[in-house]
Design a protein around this ligand. Structure first.
Ligand SMILES: [Fe+2]
Ligand SMILES: [Fe+2]
Length: 260
């Protein structure tokens, strides 16, 4: 069993990457299941109902995780309530729309995908470590493979979380920074891990945003209006392979492609 996870889809360039290449990259890596992060799909901030519907039409992507930007577009609430193929971090307060995890069948295997947000330099949410414990109790007997998209800023929180859930989750990967890390490994000969898988969208920007706008922001310390960068694009992610008998992770391979 191979699971491909793709990082934060950023704006129109990111959506076009998914629509054009998700199927071929899934095939190239022999993946049975594909997860992508939808939190920045509309102009880099959230995802509109219309854009979410278009991305849900991409059959190669089995489901979408998200993050702190998921509610930026107001009409996303409908799709979060209707679709089981988009989830949001489980540790947001209960009144928030959407579900924090989903269970999906691939052949004879049931895959549990859990989405959590970190708390360091992020919103002040329920403790993601303890939230995982609760979800794990609910799903451990009905899932063969549990995979976590840990959407967080601080590398320390991500690494600590990986160790905390090691041997319970079968794979953990980070999103949110949009920058791929090179620390992929297998924890305790069981749990695939990488601190951040990177993003799908513009290459020559600052985590997706036009670089001149962000430089101006740093130079002047004045607010600026973000615009999605143009030009070359990057598609980043990771492929985890799991042993068919034990469901333990046996390989972690980074995916990094540049187009244009
Ligand atoms: Fe993001
Ligand atoms: Fe984020």
């Amino acid at each position: 069993m191979k699971i491909l996870a793709l990082g934060d889809i950023f704006g129109r360039p990111g959506r076009k990457l998914i629509e054009s290449y998700a199927a071929s990259v899934k095939k190239e890596f022999g993946a049975d299941f594909l997860i992508a992060n939808i939190e920045n799909a509309s102009a880099g901030k959230g995802v509109s109902e219309a854009n979410a519907k278009d991305l849900l039409k991409v059959e190669a992507v089995d489901m979408y995780t998200s993050g702190n930007h998921i509610w930026d577009k107001k009409d996303v609430n409908n799709i979060l309530q209707e679709s089981d193929r988009i989830i949001r971090p489980a540790n947001y307060p209960d009144p928030c729309t959407g579900k924090g995890y989903g269970i999906y069948r691939v052949g004879k295997k049931r895959i549990g995908v859990v989405n959590l947000s970190g708390n360091v330099y992020m919103n002040n949410l329920d403790n993601p470590f303890l939230t995982f414990d609760k979800i794990y109790q609910n799903i451990k007997n009905v899932c063969d493979i549990i995979i976590v998209d840990f959407h967080a800023e601080a590398t320390s929180e991500k690494i600590a979380f990986g160790y905390y859930v090691s041997t319970r989750a079968n794979a953990v990967y980070g999103t949110h920074t949009h920058v791929q890390t090179a620390d992929e490994r297998i924890l305790d000969k069981h749990t695939g891990y990488i601190t951040d898988i990177g993003m799908c969208g513009p290459l020559d920007g600052v985590i997706g945003v036009d670089k001149d706008i962000i430089i101006k922001n740093f130079v002047t310390q004045r607010p600026v209006k973000h615009e999605v960068a143009e030009g070359a694009v990057q598609l980043n992610g990771v492929v985890f392979e799991f042993d068919d008998e034990t469901n333990k992770c046996i390989s972690v391979e980074r995916v990094r492609k540049i187009f244009g």
